[in-house]
Design a protein. Structure first.
Length: 111
């Protein structure tokens, strides 16, 4: 009978340990999460299709999407983004996963 209370104490101590532990080291710093969300990729415009609301970009890595450098077609969040772009323009842009594809959410002329 003395074994049961000792076992109960051991089990209680085992399960209470995570509650007592300082979990501050388990959380990501807020600044790092914010920085990756606003990071912009560099690219070059290959084609602008205003009718289809699409842009083809040869781009560098897009870190927050875990996407390597490549050339691909993106939808655009706002068709007005395409008004002043043409093939050959250097740009910086942000993109996000939208449905089954990707969309450019912000684009600016590169320097």
């Amino acid at each position: 009978m003395k074994f049961i209370p000792f076992a109960t104490i051991c089990v209680a101590a085992l399960f209470s340990q995570p509650v007592l532990a300082d979990d501050a080291h388990h959380k990501k710093p807020q600044a790092a999460a914010t920085a990756s969300a606003v990071a912009m990729a560099e690219g070059e415009v290959r084609k602008v299709d205003k009718e289809a609301k699409k842009i083809t970009l040869k781009h560098g890595p897009i870190l927050h999407l875990d996407m390597p450098a490549m050339t691909m077609v993106f939808q655009v969040a706002d068709p007005a983004m395409l008004d002043h772009l043409k093939a050959g323009d250097k740009v910086r842009f942000s993109a996000d996963k939208v449905g089954s594809g990707y969309a450019v959410t912000k684009i600016e002329s590169g320097k």
